[in-house]
Design a protein around this ligand. Structure first.
Ligand SMILES: NC(=O)c1ccc[n+]([C@@H]2O[C@H](COP(=O)([O-])OP(=O)(O)OC[C@H]3O[C@@H](n4cnc5c(N)ncnc54)[C@H](OP(=O)(O)O)[C@@H]3O)[C@@H](O)[C@H]2O)c1
Length: 352
């Protein structure tokens, strides 16, 4: 099969470089173009500052930065854009490219709450892909977004316990500095410190969880009416957002029942076998002192899905409250890997 030609928007950033890594030797997609801020046009991708240990993949190192407009990208036969742009830039660019027929898989927050746009996490809400199909009635291309990196891990950790009937969530996050991109949080602010505020993050968790678990009703999503309370905190770890989660449920499950739900959880068939889909999207770790960012942030099997599995530990049940600690990789599952998985699903479902 001929690979789908794609562009990485924001290719010099932390998420952009993970896109390049995940798309290198990808069986379905090929990076044909890269874009970043205007001053980069014409520069060689391989000459940019590598922000991740794996560096810039050899197969895309000789690409030169293109102008970020539909005409330039069409001349490179680009059909799909993976966007790691700042939200304010994404707002204009993603809409223009989608109207011109380039399908967008975005990490930016610009269109997440647009009622025509799904926040897609395949294991959680693959039927919401129907919104992208609907967009094609009015536009040559569609926009599909990922959730904010904190929300993504939370939703996957909740999936196995949905059968108990969730009523209320109380979440506290311990978020890594890479979540703020490059150069991110000043070293003098975060070294040896904890910052109990991340602008806009708590509202994003609340709204996005409600939309992601919402019911698809023809052409829009009816948000879930759970009560959601979040505190989002920046901590001096490098990668991985850890969450302390209290869930109030309708039933009174036993610990054994909840453990069994985690152990028996399987992703739905439309997601199984996609190249970046982990065999187990959520794993329950039995050790008392896990999950830990330094040890568990790259969980995921097969190799292409490393960093896509959410680790859960410290599971406890008291009457109607289930408590746990969850960890997800903010750069892979919460960003680039999530978008690549969305594109793989869209292709399997005939949208590309
Ligand atoms: N980091 C995470 O954990 C995470 C997780 C989920 C979602 N996200 C979202 O993903 C997006 C990227 O995040 P990041 O952490 O990778 O940020 P980043 O490291 O700051 O990278 C931003 C990228 O955007 C480019 N850019 C900035 N201004 C531009 C402009 N005016 N025109 C074109 N390109 C421009 C930058 O290019 P230059 O280098 O040329 O300036 C760079 O490639 C953001 O929307 C963020 O909210 C991030």
């Amino acid at each position: 099969m001929k690979k789908i030609q794609c562009v990485v928007l924001g290719a010099t950033g932390v998420v952009g470089q993970h896109f390049l890594r995940l798309l290198a030797n990808h069986p379905l997609f090929q990076v044909a173009a890269v874009c970043a801020s205007e001053g980069r046009i014409g520069q060689r991708l391989g000459d940019v500052n590598a922000l991740i240990p794996e560096g810039i993949p050899a197969e895309s190192a000789d690409l030169r930065f293109s102008a970020m407009d539909a005409k330039s990208l069409a001349s490179l036969k680009v059909q799909v854009a993976f966007s790691a742009l700042p939200t304010e830039v994404a707002k204009e660019v993603e809409k223009d490219l989608a109207e011109a027929g380039i399908h967008i898989f975005s990490n930016a927050g610009a269109y997440r709450m647009d009622e025509r746009v799904p926040i897609l996490i395949p294991e959680v809400n693959h039927p919401h892909l129907a919104l992208a199909r609907e967009q094609l009635q009015h536009s040559k291309g569609f926009i599909i977004t990922n959730a904010n990196c904190t929300t993504t891990g939370l939703t996957l950790a909740l999936l196995p316990i949905l059968p108990f009937g969730i009523r209320k969530l109380v979440v506290a996050s311990y978020q890594a500095i890479s979540g703020a991109g490059y150069p991110g949080v000043p070293a003098l602010d975060i070294s040896g410190n904890v910052i109990p505020y991340i602008d806009g993050e708590e509202a994003k968790v609340r709204k996005e969880v409600a939309k992601i678990f919402g019911r698809l009703q023809e052409t829009k999503i009816e948000p879930m009416d759970w009560q959601v309370y979040a505190h989002c905190v920046r901590v001096p770890t490098l990668v991985g957002h850890l969450l302390s989660v209290h869930v109030e449920v309708e039933n009174e499950p036993t610990l054994e029942q909840v453990q069994a739900c985690f152990e028996n959880y399987q992703p739905d068939r439309p997601v199984q076998g996609l190249p970046t889909a982990p065999v187990k999207p959520v794993v329950l770790l039995p050790e008392k002192n896990r999950p830990q960012p330094n040890r568990d942030v790259m969980l995921g099997d097969p190799v292409r899905a490393q960093g896509m599995t959410v680790a859960v530990g410290r599971l406890e049940v008291e009457k109607q409250v289930i408590r746990m600690i969850a960890l997800s990789n903010n750069l892979i599952r919460g960003a680039a890997g999530g978008s690549v998985l969305n594109a793989e699903l869209a292709l399997r479902e005939g949208l590309l």
